[in-house]
Ligand binder design. Structure first.
Ligand code: SF4
Ligand code: SF4
Length: 551
């Protein structure tokens, strides 16, 4: 199969062999598990348990909040002792709501029922995967069911299953493919069917010969409609857009989605966990985690989600000079704010940090504009420009230089002769821009609410005035009609009403009676007759005769 190259990239020391020598082992039970509710991109699941509840292993404890969200489940059986904020492994170091479970030690499962695929619609399968908490296990934790929904009018020409695992030290996918190749192949074929992919390509870097052999053997044994493809080892081939480039030759710009180009990408561990959910009725409650770095025994563990990092690291016999833990690899990872934080669905590796293994970086020097960072950047950015404008907090310039296309791969850091921690600058600038955008959104929303209230008050005032005017007009008309009716009912006296129809003014000008609105001709006559009658009666009362001078 023809392969393609992406621009840039680096070749750091892989440091993988040390953690691939032992098979995956299940981590022993611990006393407490801290399960964050928000473990995927999208909405935060709503807790559906309360303090004091007894839960079983695999029981749903948080329900997906909307379509872009995924459920969370109890990693073991026990009692819920708290639902509240705890620090999770995230660069922000901020706490988020977690369900804390005190294990009862029996590790008792819920009843597990395989999902019947035979009559299920693709929508039903997607909903099931959402409720089983299946998310991207390569670190992005995007809910898988959402990525399995192909946008209208689009098709998936190539479905790529990412087994590249290019980051140094990390070997969880390597061991998974060696040990559970059949499940990975089955899951890949299932996803291919769900998105009706033209082709399913499983890309694995050539520094994992055992995994490649196991996967090829499983594919052949199952005669599965997938292809295992060996790709050259160069960092960051495991980046989604880089692997797409290598396998298909397609260039996906930073601002576009791969589905715009007929490609979708999932990690090998994601398809395997989806396969287990469907065939075994097991929700995503554990994952494989590489423990490596400054430890006595580097290896991969199958770890329940929610296990405190400190308990897991202890199993690996950390070196005495340990001074922290990196989640993810040394290129893209970050130091966990506290080892009390739990393992989450995104935790693919924990690298124990110690000065003996990772000596402090030399002092940062000024940029000499050598351009090495731009040559190494797989996104074809100009990191030195981004660095300059990040330092100056010039957000418009950062947009111009496509800061948000940066995948934080660290290639620029790796090659910079001035030892500038470029990615740190970029992360900081991104967070500042996002905070500013959030503030602007809040201010805009407040302004819109104010304008809406003002407009509503104005409209209500206007409507009230219109209602009043209408009521006044109706009342005046009613009064006039009543007066006319009264006049019409009054009996005529012997005094003739003067003939005013021939009066030149009267003939052309409507008469207003007692300031009432203009009346029609018969009403006018009646009103005049009534007035004349009233005048006659008044004169009689005062002894005057018609025609005499009362003065
Ligand atoms: S590699 Fe470092 S010194 Fe060279 S241009 Fe980039 S930021 Fe500047
Ligand atoms: S971290 Fe960003 S700017 Fe640096 S090489 Fe990677 S993509 Fe390019």
């Amino acid at each position: 199969m023809k392969l393609f190259k992406f621009k840039g990239g680096v070749k750091p020391d892989p440091n993988k062999t040390v953690s691939t020598q032992l098979p995956i082992t299940a981590a022993p039970l611990v006393q407490r598990y801290v399960v964050p509710l928000h473990q995927s991109v999208g909405g935060t699941p709503r807790p559906i348990v309360t303090v004091g509840d007894h839960v079983l292993k695999g029981q749903r404890i948080g329900e997906a909040d909307g379509w872009v969200s995924a459920a969370v489940h109890a990693p073991t059986s026990g009692r819920v002792v708290e639902v509240g904020p705890h620090i999770i492994p995230h660069p922000s170091g901020l706490p988020t709501d977690c369900v804390v479970i005190e294990a009862d030690g029996t590790d008792t499962w819920i009843e597990r029922t395989p999902f019947d695929m035979s009559a299920a619609t693709p929508e039903a399968v997607r909903e099931y995967l959402r409720d089983m908490g299946i998310v991207g296990m390569g670190g992005a934790v995007f809910p898988s069911h959402v990525k399995l929904s192909v946008p209208k009018g689009k098709s998936v020409e190539q479905l790529i299953i990412n087994g590249a695992e290019c980051e140094p030290f990390i070997t969880c996918d390597d061991r998974l493919m060696r040990e559970q190749a059949e499940e990975v192949i089955q899951g890949s074929a299932l996803f291919g069917k769900l998105v009706q992919a033209g082709k399913v390509l499983i890309g694995i870097e050539d520094n994992k010969p055992e995994a490649i052999a196991a996967m090829k053997a499983a594919q052949a044994a199952l005669n599965a409609p997938v292809e295992v493809v060996t790709v050259p080892t160069i960092y960051p081939t495991g980046g989604a857009k880089e692997l797409i480039r290598v396998l298909t030759g397609k260039e996906v710009p930073g601002s576009k989605r791969s589905t715009d180009f007929g490609v979708q990408v999932f990690n090998v561990a994601t398809v395997q966990s989806a396969w287990r959910a469907i065939t075994h009725g097991e929700p995503l409650i554990s994952r494989i985690v590489t423990i490596s770095g400054a430890v006595g025994e580097a290896r991969n563990w199958s770890v329940p989600i929610g296990m405190p990092i400190t308990d897991l690291v202890r199993l690996a016999q950390p070196k005495p000079d340990m001074d922290g833990v990196i989640m993810g690899g040394p290129m893209m990872g970050f130091r966990v704010p506290t080892t009390d934080a739990p393992v989450i669905k995104a935790t693919n590796s924990l690298i124990v940090h110690a000065p003996g293994l990772f000596p402090p970086k030399p002092q940062e020097l000024p940029c000499i504009r050598c351009g090495s960072c731009a040559t190494a950047c797989p996104q074809e950015l100009q990191p030195f420009e981004l660095y300059w404008w990040s330092r100056a907090s010039k957000f418009e310039q950062l947009e111009k230089y496509k800061l948000f296309d940066c995948i934080e791969c660290g290639c620029c850091d790796y090659v910079c002769p001035s030892h500038i921690p470029l990615v740190n600058y970029f992360r900081f600038a991104k967070s500042e821009i996002q905070a500013e955008a959030r503030d602007k959104k809040t201010a805009d929303a407040a302004r819109e609410r104010f304008e809406f209230r003002e407009e509503r008050a104005e409209r209500e005032k206007r409507e009230k005035a219109e209602r009043l005017a209408k009521a006044n007009a109706a009342r005046q008309a009613a009064e006039a009609a009543a007066a006319a009716a009264e006049a019409a009912e009054t009996p005529k006296g012997d005094e003739e009403a003067p003939d005013i129809s021939s009066h030149p003014h009267q003939a052309s000008t409507p008469i207003a009676v007692d300031n009432h609105p203009v009346l029609d001709a018969s009403a006018k006559q009646a009103a005049i007759a009534a007035a004349v009658e009233r005048a006659r009666l008044k004169r009689e009362q005062h002894g005057n005769k018609p025609g005499s001078d009362a003065a």
